[in-house]
Ligand binder design. Structure first.
Ligand SMILES: CC(C)=CCC/C(C)=C/CC/C(C)=C/COP(=O)(O)OP(=O)(O)O
Ligand SMILES: [Zn+2]
Length: 414
């Protein structure tokens, strides 16, 4: 297949075929084994390998031009990107996130808080709470936006966003714990997982983690709610060692692996999965050349997996296992390839634009590489070994995706 043909196919795939794309094998270099009639393939070029080569070149250029030392995190610069959202209409292309409004609030609040606790002021906390309660039914469960249906994943983001608001105006006391508990019970599926909503909704490791996290945060994690959940999550570990979205169905993926392992951590059942295969899978996510993490086999590095996969690594560390990723190398990818002096905010990889989602998960991933953690089986009791002003970011709890300090305050209030 010629380079031009590959470009045309790439265009068609990107424009018309969405994410369910077939593999396009472009060039195969076949060699005949001298002693047998076996044909073995020595190289295979696909759309993904071509994309990777492009990214790799860009990373290598950045590594060379930025020298040996890592740049510092440009905190004030990234703050300007986050603050912009409080005083300006968001860009048009963000209307796709209309049903994810609690997420935007959680991402922005969490990023500001990690860089400097003072940067999330009381006036902003007040505005965040007001907006969240407007997008709720009876103060919980929460919806993606005003007038929408309650949604489990949005309820997770809303509770995390509220946890960042220091109980301003007594907002923590307004959360309808009993209503959320009954709703969570109604979302439970026969297979042990949770659906996103009452009428329709998917059921996977992501939604199940959200249910466990919300319940643990609100102190409503009863045996009835947990019935069959551990088995559901364990069934999602694949032959590769990572976890997929649904039992015995999907490819192992960084996002779903985080959800399953963090869910198991809330249940204090991490050691029931195959730890050695999980560690090997995490370790295989890091590429020697780009130094960042990918989300699945044969895919490209992406800054957000610094958290999704990085947090799995940290959870394993808190359970007493040794690290399976090279943290200084990951810091280099983050600070040289996910940050640019040209535009504030953090990005997936060179060539991509910054966005709120990547800003948060890249920052949380960076934080996990800076801090070290004490061993504990209890997800909510995870603590850091040392406090120091040498760290650029506050410490994050790898299970709940919140600064440890905010989580501690919220849980002790509950
Ligand atoms: C708490 C919560 C809701 C967690 C969600 C975790 C989750 C499923 C994250 C995955 C996000 C992501 C980058 C998907 C991209 O898949 P892709 O196929 O476009 O990218 P790839 O090529 O890197 O696999
Ligand atoms: Zn990403």
């Amino acid at each position: 297949m010629s380079g031009q043909d590959l470009k045309t196919l790439k265009f068609i795939n990107a424009q018309f075929l969405g994410r369910k794309r077939p593999t396009i094998e472009a060039i195969s270099d076949e060699q005949m084994d001298q002693d047998s009639s076996m044909v073995c393939m020595t190289s295979l070029s696909t759309e993904t390998t071509e994309d990777r080569e492009e990214v790799l070149l860009e990373c290598l250029e950045l590594f060379e031009s930025l020298g040996l030392e890592n740049p510092t995190l440009l905190k004030e610069f990234h703050k300007s990107y986050l603050d912009y959202s409080f005083n300006n209409a968001l860009p048009r292309q963000m209307k796709a996130l209309d049903a994810s409004q609690p997420w935007i609030l959680y991402w922005i609040a969490c990023s500001l808080r990690l860089m400097n606790r003072e940067w999330l002021g009381e006036d902003i906390q007040r505005r965040i709470c007001k907006k969240l309660f407007k997008a709720s039914l009876e103060n919980g469960p929460f919806c993606g936006g005003f007038g929408q249906d309650p949604h489990l994943v949005c309820t997770y983001a809303a509770i995390n966003a509220l946890a960042l608001c220091d109980n301003v105006d007594g907002c923590w006391d307004q959360i309808n714990r009993q209503g959320i508990y009954k709703w969570l019970l109604a979302l439970k599926s026969d297979n042990g997982g949770f659906r996103t909503g009452l009428v329709v909704g998917e059921c996977d490791t992501r939604t199940t983690y959200c249910a466990l996290s919300v319940a643990a945060m609100l102190d409503i994690l009863t045996p009835e709610l947990c019935q069959g959940v551990e088995q559901f999550l364990l069934r999602c570990q694949t032959y590769e060692g990572g976890f997929g979205a649904c039992p015995q169905e999907d490819e192992a993926h960084g996002g779903y692996t985080f959800c399953a392992v963090a869910g198991l951590a809330i249940l204090e059942s991490v050691e029931k999965c195959n730890i050695s295969m999980l560690s090997e899978w995490c370790s295989a996510r890091q590429t020697a050349e780009e130094k960042g993490l990918s989300g699945r086999s044969n895919k490209l590095v992406d800054g957000c997996y610094s958290y999704w996969v990085g947090a799995v690594n940290t959870i394993l560390e808190t359970q007493g296992y040794s690290s399976c990723i090279d943290k200084p190398a990951l810091q280099e990818y983050i600070l040289k390839c996910c940050q640019s002096t040209e535009r504030p905010g953090l990005r997936d990889k060179p060539g991509k634009s910054p966005d709120y989602y990547h800003t948060t998960y890249v920052l949380m991933g960076l934080s996990l590489t800076e801090h070290s953690f004490n061993t504990t089986k209890s997800a909510s009791a995870i603590s850091t070994r040392e406090e120091s002003d040498k760290f650029q970011l506050g410490a994050v709890n790898p299970v709940f995706g919140l600064p440890i300090e905010d989580l501690r305050k919220f849980l002790s209030h509950t």
